[in-house]
Design a protein around this ligand. Structure first.
Ligand code: BTN
Length: 333
């Protein structure tokens, strides 16, 4: 695994795991310090850091520490043993803070990191959205995760990869909600018309093959409200259900679904992915939409997907069927 500046110290990882394994029991500062191989002062400093992330740790070095529930921090040791049978267990990079997990994963891809590497951050300072937008990445409220994939694909088929990831996120979210989430092509997950999860696929490719792709996934999990400018168009799991959701459990499920859909795609090709998209997305067919691409904006009605995952839209202006490779899709009246 590459040594990356800024990744979380493995001993903090061990501290979180130790606290999780001893939840509700008082563990002395001295014992923790011994077990993870640091001073008691260092344990104290790291506990303070965890408190700042919302982990409720009671006590201090003399009396010992205990936590009220398993900390919901996405450190590798809390995740990798539960992903053992997937490619996502072996190269895990966790940051308390980074600019963008996609940017980190792109650099790892260029440095030859293998398929399945996962980059996670508790907070992003320059989270990237599609079309040059930014992604609000409030500390420890959401999942900010990027996965490095090395599919043997021509770049023209990359939209399929995006659909694979969108289906995985949609299924993971469906398990936490009473209402069925919708998928807006290619891979925004919506709940009651508001966005709860977005994805940004970036890649390194030659004209005939993809070197690697990075699928960045942002999920709004425990936000109690959205920034004013997003209030009308975005939501979070907590806002939908009124309760706290474990990011750990959600991320594990998301990565397991991703593994399943990706393997299905490799083994059986695009057909089952397109069929599943048709089942769960109201945007697949017959939806009135406004499409905004880099060069134009037009309205029309969706008319299924091409075998490569590209969206077909029957234009209102009589210019026939448009094949939309990328762009913003919005519901039109
Ligand atoms: C969008 O809907 O505009 C795409 C949002 C993608 C956000 C995620 S958060 C994790 C990963 N790192 C980034 O910088 N962006 C993606």
């Amino acid at each position: 695994m590459a040594a990356l500046p800024g990744t979380t110290d493995r001993r903090i990882d061990a501290l979180v795991t130790l606290l999780a394994e001893n939840a509700t029991i008082v563990v002395s500062g001295a014992k923790i310090a011994r077990e993870i191989g640091v001073t008691r002062q260092q344990v104290w400093r790291w506990i303070e850091k965890l408190r700042a992330l919302g982990v409720r740790v009671k006590g201090h070095p003399r009396t010992g520490y205990h936590i009220e529930r398993v900390p919901d921090i996405l450190v590798p040791q809390m995740l990798n043993h539960r992903l053992r049978d997937t490619p996502f267990a072996h190269h895990f990079y966790h940051f308390f803070k980074t600019d963008s997990t996609n940017a980190v994963a792109m650099r790892l891809g260029e440095a030859g990191e293998p398929h399945g590497a996962v980059v996670i951050a508790e907070e992003q300072t320059a989270g990237r959205g599609r079309a040059g937008r930014s992604w609000a990445s409030e500390k420890s409220s959401g999942i900010y995760c990027s996965v490095l994939l090395r599919p043997k694909l021509p770049p023209a088929h990359a939209p399929l990869l995006t659909l694979v990831a969108g289906l995985a996120a949609r299924d993971a979210l469906a398990e936490e909600l009473d209402v069925a989430p919708d998928l807006r092509w290619p891979n925004d997950v919506l709940v009651r018309g508001r966005k709860i999860c977005g994805m940004l696929t970036e890649m390194h490719a030659e004209p005939d093959r993809v070197h690697f792709a990075v699928v960045g996934i942002g999920v709004n999990v425990n936000h109690t409200k959205m920034p004013a400018e997003l209030a009308e168009i975005a939501t979070s799991l907590r806002m939908e259900t009124g309760k706290f959701h474990s990011r750990i459990e959600l991320l594990i499920r998301l990565l397991r679904h991703l593994d399943r859909y990706y393997n299905q795609f490799l083994a059986q090709g695009a057909a089952p992915i397109l069929r599943r998209f048709a089942e769960v997305s109201s945007y697949f067919q017959g939806k009135r939409v406004r499409i905004t691409t880099a060069t134009e904006s037009f309205t029309g009605t969706t008319a299924g997907l091409e075998p490569s995952g590209v969206l077909r839209v029957e234009r209102d202006d009589g210019r026939g069927t448009e094949l939309v490779l990328s762009g913003d899709v919005a519901e039109a009246s």
